[in-house]
Ligand binder design. Structure first.
Ligand SMILES: [Zn+2]
Length: 331
């Protein structure tokens, strides 16, 4: 792929995309108490080492325990957002980026004012866009483990800051047990309707592991009607789910290295099978990073991986890039 090709990343978490040396500097600036003394041990702490991570839970724990806490101040989130946007452009020419995070996981359980956290994130984004001449937007993640009231506040904040760079909402966190499939999705129906009515883009993490099956994806399609789905690889097991994705024009935000690292798939061969099924069914797909530093990847490396293993041809890779451009929530 031509290294000058400009890319779009639709699915990248602030919690998984800040370089360790930046997190290290932020932690020291804030006087954050770390469990390790050495920088190299710290790097291990914030990296999803394939030897340590065997599930989505292990992967998410790294963000919950360390990166999200270190990013929990206005100056920390501003610097995090600024650094990610610049770095993704320099490393992969990502010139349109949608960065996602949960502002309520950056305010130390209410100790910090949410509006200050959000305003700081927007400031970091605006500064990076000015510096590099690129486009960016913020997606606020609701959390499956939060009460309804907390998620409602996040949606209200997304509405409030819609004209200042917040472009959408997401729902994140593992779908833990079968009761959550279908039944639990209902909890978010009115929040998603409200976000849509406010002109916000909508996406949902679902079907990220084979454990959760296709029921979650089907319930999300019916009840939340998102414009896009994060991962959604479980849909490849079901003709019905793929047909519905096509009918409704829902775009999948695929994150290959993330799925391999969390053991959502057995390896690159399964990734190839999944892409082939989606292609055959006509499902619109995009390629994204999920968390560059957490996974030790970049968006360009993701494409190189898929090209090297014949998951995508050059023209199919180009099509994913075009689909991402068409599906972005950035106006
Ligand atoms: Zn994700």
């Amino acid at each position: 792929m031509d290294p000058r090709t400009e890319l779009t990343d639709l699915h990248i978490h602030v919690g998984g995309a800040v370089a360790p040396h930046v997190l290290w500097a932020i932690a020291h600036d804030l006087g954050f108490k770390l469990p390790v003394k050495s920088y190299w041990d710290f790097c291990d702490l914030v990296y999803a080492d394939p030897k340590k991570v065997t599930s989505l839970g292990d992967y998410l724990d790294i963000m919950h325990q360390w990166t999200e806490k270190i990013q929990s101040s206005p100056s920390a989130i501003e610097r995090s957002v600024y650094e990610i946007i610049g770095k993704e452009y320099r490393s992969s020419r990502v010139s349109s980026i949608e960065l996602r995070f949960n502002p309520m996981k950056r305010n130390l359980g209410g100790e910090r004012d949410l509006d200050y956290i959000i305003a700081a994130a927007i400031r970091g984004m605006d500064r990076a866009c000015l510096a590099y001449g690129i486009r960016a937007g913020l997606i606020f993640c609701l959390a499956r483990e939060f009460d309804y009231e907390l998620n409602e506040i996040i949606v209200k904040k997304a509405e409030k800051y819609r004209n200042q760079g917040v472009i959408g909402i997401d729902l994140a966190g593992p779908e833990k047990h079968t009761l959550e499939f279908g039944g639990d999705v209902e909890r978010y129906r009115d929040l998603y309707a409200r976000a849509r009515a406010a002109g916000l883009g909508t996406t949902v993490h679902t079907g990220e592991t084979s454990l959760t099956g296709v029921e979650g994806v089907l319930a999300v399609i019916e009840k939340l009607q998102p414009a896009r789905i994060g991962h959604g690889i479980a849909a490849a097991q079901s003709e019905e789910a793929m047909r519905k994705l096509v009918e409704r024009g829902i775009v999948l935000e695929l994150c290959p290295s993330s799925n391999i690292r969390t053991h959502a798939v057995t390896g690159i061969d399964e990734v190839r099978e999944i892409f082939a099924k989606f292609r055959k069914a006509g499902v619109r797909t995009t390629v994204n990073t999920d968390g560059t530093y957490l996974l030790g990847t970049t968006l360009r490396k993701e494409f190189e991986l898929l090209l090297a293993h014949q998951v995508l041809s050059e023209s199919e890779a180009f099509r994913c890039i075009e689909t991402a451009k068409a599906a972005t929530f950035l106006k």
